[in-house]
Design a protein around this ligand. Structure first.
Ligand code: ADP
Ligand code: GN1
Ligand code: MG
Length: 364
C-alpha cells in the first residue's frame, strides 16, 4: 500500500471506530497482524489508571467474501454455539470464544462512505498470534486448540452455514483455476515460472483424493475452520495454551483433513511462508508428529481420517502452492503482498515443503 492509501485507510478506520458499540473515546489506531485477506486495525481507548482498552476492527475483503452479511451470520451463529459449549464445559466463553462487537445500529457490520463493510471483535488480551513455530510446544498447543474447535463443532447443524467461499478446499477446482491462470498469463509471468508450473501440473492425478473420499462417504463432511494457520489461534501468554481460535471467516462444511493439513503446511516449516532462501524451508517431522498428537488428543476422528492425515498435509501444501502461484500469474489480486514477487516466493516455499513431504511420506 502506498502512503496516501495508508493514510486514507487510517482516516476511514478512525471514522468507523465511532460506528461500533465501544465505550469511551478512541485515542489511537494502528494496522495490526499479518493476515493476507482482511484489513485489520487495533483501536485503543483511554482508560484511567489502567492499561488502555483495545478492540480489533476489520475492513472485510469483499473481493474474497462476496456476501459479507452471510459471512457475519455464520460467525455470530458459530460463536454463540461455541459459547454455550465452552460454558457447559466449565470454560470462560468471554476469553475462549471470539466475540463480535455490534455496531451502534444493532447490526454486526457498519458500512463506510465507500460502501465497504467493517466489523469489530473483542481483543483477546494476554495472548499472542505467532507467525512461526518459535517453540515446538506452541505448535502442540495450537493443535489441541484446533482439535478442540473441531470437537466442539461436531454436532453444529451444518445446514445452517452459508458457504462463504464456494469450493474453498476443492483441490481439483483449485487446480482448474490455476491452469486457467497459467493459460491466460495476464501478467506475462508464466515463462519465468515454468519449472513451478510443471511441478504442480505433474501431480494432477493426486488432487481429487480427498474430494473423492468425501463424495463416496468414506470420510465425513464436518464443520471445519478451513484456515488453521498458527497465526489464527491466540496462545495464552501465561499458560502457553491455545486460548481462542480466531479468523472464523471460512468456517464451513469441509474435511478434518483440511484443518489438519493447513496447520501442517504452515507450521512444520521453521522459516516464513514467504522465505526466499529455500535452504531454510524444510519439513520438520518432529513438529509434524507433535501436531498430530495434539490434534488427535482433542478431535474425534474416524480411523479412515486418521489414516489420511498425511494426505491432508500434502494436498493442502500443494493447493496453497497453486493458489499463490495463480495469484502471482494473475497480478497479485487475492493475497495481500508487501513486495513484488511475494506470492511467487510463497508458492516456492510450498513446493519445497511438498517435495520434502513426498520424500518422507512413508514416515508421516
Ligand atoms: P485475516 O483473514 O486477514 O487473516 P484475521 O482475522 O486472522 O484476518 O486477523 C489478522 C490478525 O489480527 C490475526 O492474525 C491476529 O494477529 C489479529 N487478531 C484478529 N482477531 C483478533 C482478536 N480478536 N484478538 C487479538 N488479535 C486478533
Ligand atoms: C489466507 O486470512 P489468512 O491470512 O488467515 C487464506 C488461506 C490461505 C492463507 C495462506 C480466506 O489466510 O486460505 O491458506 O492465506 N484465506 C482465505 O497464508 O483465502
Ligand atoms: Mg488470519
Amino acid at each position: 500500500m502506498d502512503n496516501l492509501a495508508a493514510q486514507k485507510g487510517f482516516s476511514v478506520a478512525w471514522d468507523m471506530a465511532a460506528a461500533f458499540q465501544f465505550s469511551g473515546e478512541p485515542v489511537f489506531i494502528e494496522r495490526f497482524g499479518h493476515g493476507h485477506i482482511n484489513e485489520t486495525y487495533a483501536v485503543y481507548f483511554k482508560f484511567e489508571y489502567s492499561r488502555p482498552i483495545r478492540y480489533i476492527m476489520q475492513k472485510i475483503n469483499t473481493l474474497v467474501f462476496r456476501t459479507p452479511d452471510k459471512l457475519m451470520e455464520n460467525i455470530v451463529s458459530v460463536t454463540e454455539y461455541l459459547r454455550g459449549k465452552v460454558a457447559a464445559a466449565g470454560g470462560n466463553p468471554a476469553r475462549e470464544v471470539l466475540t463480535v462487537v455490534p455496531a451502534k445500529d444493532g447490526g454486526f457490520m457498519a458500512q463506510d462512505a465507500s460502501g465497504d463493510y467493517w466489523r469489530a471483535y473483542v481483543f483477546v488480551e494476554d495472548a499472542t498470534s505467532y507467525q512461526t513455530v518459535e517453540r515446538p510446544e506452541l505448535f502442540y498447543q495450537s493443535a489441541r486448540a484446533f482439535g478442540r474447535f473441531q470437537r466442539l463443532l461436531d454436532s453444529y447443524p451444518a445446514e445452517k452455514l452459508h458457504e462463504t467461499i464456494p469450493d474453498f478446499h476443492n483441490t481439483p477446482k483449485r487446480f482448474a483455476d490455476f491452469c486457467a491462470a497459467t493459460a491466460r498469463d495476464t501478467t506475462g509471468r508464466a515463462a519465468a515460472v515454468r519449472k513451478e508450473i510443471d511441478f504442480l501440473m505433474a501431480r494432477e492425478s493426486e488432487y481429487g483424493h480427498i474430494t473423492n473420499m468425501l463424495a463416496s462417504g468414506e470420510i465425513p463432511l464436518r464443520v471445519t475452520h478451513n484456515d488453521t494457520k498458527l497465526n489464527n489461534v491466540m496462545i495464552d501468554n501465561q499458560t502457553g495454551e491455545g486460548v481462542c481460535v480466531i479468523d472464523l471467516d471460512t468456517v464451513m462444511p469441509g474435511s478434518a483433513l483440511y484443518d489438519f493439513g493447513d496447520s501442517i503446511r504452515f507450521g512444520t516449516n521453521p522459516a516464513g511462508e514467504d522465505e526466499r532462501d529455500l535452504s531454510k524451508v524444510v519439513f520438520r517431522m518432529d513438529l509434524y508428529r507433535q501436531y498430530r498428537e495434539g490434534f488427535l488428543s482433542e478431535a474425534n476422528l474416524t480411523a479412515k481420517e486418521v489414516a489420511n492425515l498425511r494426505l491432508g498435509a500434502k494436498l493442502m501444501t500443494l493447493e496453497n502452492a497453486m493458489r499463490f502461484l495463480a495469484d502471482h500469474l494473475n497480478g497479485d489480486v487475492y493475497f495481500r503482498i508487501q513486495r513484488e514477487g511475494q506470492n511467487l516466493d510463497r508458492a516456492r516455499t510450498q513446493i519445497k515443503l511438498a517435495q520434502e513431504m513426498e520424500i518422507q511420506f512413508n514416515d508421516m
